[in-house]
Write a protein that binds this ligand. Structure first.
Ligand code: HEC
Ligand code: HEC
Length: 256
């Protein structure tokens, strides 16, 4: 009798374990579906944001508009080995590159063919889009990675024409691509007041101070500014060569 009850009890436990496992598997699937459909919704919302804010310059399908803005829907833009990131020597992911560009804009035109520079969109830098809206439009742009539609595109490849040993020129590119432009004013090249003006930082404080400020921003806090605003991972995003180039760019500017 007791044996029977134990057996019955065990069968119950076993059944409920099986039920729970099946339920768990389904729940896992549902979670995946949910993230997938959440991602799809982000892309849809992003399409609307793109249509309203970006298409006038980048074209309705991101194909670029001659004289206004480069194409974003090309194989070249996304190609990890010879594409846009390699061209501007950007070491982060394409996602962070697009997010930084959209958030901070690109006050410095990398090519004179563009009538206006890429505007700043992130609210944290005075632009009109909330962070979630930036994320949505970035999801929309990144979605073109799977279905590139053209080659160079109507706008052609943007900028990137530095002599390979022109450090100040390469430094300006890195300064722009890494998003420094979103926070710092440098002569006529960028105009932002989140961080201190850097036009004369080379002449006044020297190369080591600049390097230290990039590698270890909180080591010395510039008077009148707060810690933890400057990104702490720039030393990982930038190669030592890019940092040298940025210093060369700031040296060039401060001697002008
Ligand atoms: C007033 C025109 C204009 C508008 C509006 C505009 N852009 Fe741009 N965008 C540009 C220009 C010009 C560039 C090239 C900047 C440069 O390299 O000098 C650019 C560059 C970019 C890049 C980097 C391309 C590259 O090859 O490096 C991305 C990504 C981008 N824009 C996304 C967007 C998104 C998303 C929006 C809408 C939220 C937007 N842009 C709205 C003009 C515009
Ligand atoms: C999100 C805003 C932000 C970004 C992006 C940013 N910085 Fe800064 N930066 C600051 C702030 C704020 C300070 C002042 C506080 C401090 O010293 O950390 C600062 C300080 C500095 C200083 C020291 C200035 C001085 O007067 O001593 C240098 C040099 C500098 N940044 C260079 C860069 C470079 C190069 C990049 C890009 C690779 C960059 N920053 C990106 C916000 C930023």
């Amino acid at each position: 009798m007791i044996d029977n009850r134990i057996t019955i009890g065990m069968v119950f436990v076993l059944i409920s374990m099986i039920v729970l496992t099946i339920y768990g598997i389904q729940e896992q699937g549902r979670l995946e579906e949910r993230t997938e459909s959440e991602h799809a919704r982000a892309i849809q919302r992003g399409a609307v944001i793109f249509e309203e804010n970006c298409s006038e310059c980048h074209g309705p399908n991101g194909g670029g508009v001659l004289g206004r803005a480069p194409a974003l829907n090309t194989g070249h833009f996304f190609d990890p080995t010879v594409g846009r990131l390699k061209e501007v020597s950007y070491n982060g992911s394409i996602e962070s590159f697009v997010t930084l560009t959209v958030t901070g804009g690109r006050p410095v035109k990398s090519d004179t063919q563009y009538a206006q520079p890429m505007p700043t969109w992130g609210q944290q830098y005075g632009g009109p889009l909330r962070e979630d809206q930036v994320n949505d439009v970035v999801a929309f742009v990144l979605n073109w990675a799977g279905e590139p539609r053209g080659e160079a595109g109507a706008g052609g490849a943007a900028g990137g024409d530095c002599d390979p040993d022109d450090s100040p020129c390469l430094g300006l590119q890195a300064f722009s691509a890494a998003g420094c432009v979103a926070c710092h004013t440098v002569a006529d090249y960028s105009n932002a007041v989140v961080g201190p003006e850097l036009t004369n930082v080379f002449a006044e404080r020297g190369p080591d101070h600049i390097r230290e400020s990039i590698m270890n921003p909180n080591a010395v806090i510039t008077e009148g500014f707060t810690a933890d605003v400057m990104p702490q991972n720039l030393g990982e995003l930038l190669t030592p060569e890019q940092i040298d180039n940025i210093i060369a760019f700031l040296e060039d500017v401060s001697s002008q």
